[in-house]
Design a protein around this ligand. Structure first.
Ligand SMILES: *Cc1c(COP(=O)(O)O)cnc(C)c1O
Length: 361
């Protein structure tokens, strides 16, 4: 800190993203990115746009992209908000919707570690509710919350880093039980095994859903994400966005995201492969003595009764494989491993076998 800093900045506790190695031939299973490149039509669209009109500002409200995504989900364009990654859409929602003087924002103790970061940035009081011993979100804990004290409940579905999903029926039960609390469902991983709540937005004015093209649509490098909700709710996000940056989604990102939503066959094929490889990796890791939570995502959350997770992560790193270890109390015995290509998953299993064998000899 120096004397020119806003003093509040020294109190922030910024998010630390997964490592992006600059050198070496690492197998990256640490950031939940897709192992596949985007669909060929996406790259073509970006090339065409790059040769088009980059001297001009992009569409401020991403109109065409919103129309395409709205059509995909059978909703209206004014029920879609576009952010520079879902992280930005989330950030605007913390500011525009979740912040109410004297009320708390509630989320599970194990969930996306960006939530407490935004809460600190915007000065929002939080309440963390522990997930159950089996790492599931216990809805009963949320049904009892008092809307006079709580503005919003947010959770990822499926949850990260636990990989576990709630059913749509459970989410609907929460929406009905808490009509005066905003329910924010972060669906970054929904395409890998959960049911989207987007289809419920017309029925529930207290619902906001977030999605991203970063994971299931192979576009983490483009930074496009969405919020879905009733038009009046989303207007708060538009107001905050246009008080901060009117053009957060550049021309290349808009055309790329449009093409990604139009490449339905590619999307379905890659999504199914990742699900298939996840099931295979689960069996292989169980064969090595790991406990693997039943994942509905593109990663697995695993622990080994005889080996420390941190030591395993270091041993894998030596073998040029990156996985994620969170040094927070309940996560410490676990590794979060992204599903890579089949050969990358196999390399992981072989590296673990090699490590275990060397320990024994
Ligand atoms: C990856 C992730 C995001 C952020 O996605 P971007 O669109 O890349 O910003 C949001 N929420 C959760 C739970 C995630 O895992």
């Amino acid at each position: 800190m120096n004397k020119f800093w806003n003093p509040d900045v020294s109190t922030l506790d910024p998010y630390v993203p997964g490592e992006q190695p600059k050198e070496g031939e690492f197998i990256k299973l640490n950031s939940n990115e897709s192992p596949f490149p985007p669909a060929p039509a996406v790259v073509e669209a970006i090339k065409a746009a790059a040769e088009g009109a980059l001297q001009l500002y992009p569409a401020a409200e991403s109109d065409e992209l919103r129309a395409v995504v709205a059509d995909y989900y059978g909703i209206k364009a004014d029920q879609v908000f576009v952010g520079n990654g879902s992280d930005e859409a989330l950030g605007h929602a913390f500011n525009a919707l979740f912040k109410h003087e004297g009320k708390r924002l509630v989320f599970p103790d194990l969930s996306y570690s960006f939530y407490p970061v935004y809460a600190r940035l915007y000065g929002i009081e939080t309440q963390l509710i522990p997930v159950a011993d089996d790492f599931r979100i216990d809805l009963e804990d949320y049904l009892a919350l008092d809307s006079r004290e709580v503005s919003t409940i947010i959770f990822p579905n499926p949850n990260a880093p636990t990989s576990l999903a709630l059913s749509l029926a459970e989410i609907e039960r929460l929406l009905q039980a808490q009509p005066d609390i905003l329910i924010a469902v972060d669906e970054a991983y929904v395409d890998f095994g959960a049911d989207t709540a987007v289809k419920l937005i017309n029925q529930y004015p207290n619902l906001i859903v977030f999605q991203t093209v970063s994971k299931s649509r192979s576009l983490a490098g483009m930074r496009v994400g969405f919020a879905f909700g009733q038009a009046e709710l989303l207007q708060a996000l538009v107001r905050v966005k246009n008080s901060f940056n009117s053009y957060p989604i550049d021309r290349l990102a808009q055309v790329a995201a449009i093409a990604a939503f139009q490449a339905e066959d590619y999307f379905q094929e890659k999504r199914q492969l990742i699900i298939q490889w996840r099931e295979q990796l689960t069996r292989d890791l169980e064969g090595l003595g790991f406990e693997v939570l039943p994942s509905a995502t593109n990663f697995v959350f695993v622990t080994h009764p005889e080996h420390e997770a941190e030591t395993l992560a270091a041993a894998l790193r030596e073998r040029e494989i990156l996985v994620r270890h969170f040094k927070i109390p309940r996560c410490a015995p676990y590794l979060r491993i992204t599903i890579g290509l089949a050969e990358e998953c196999n390399a992981l299993v072989e590296a673990l076998k090699d490590y275990f064998e060397r320990l024994e000899s």
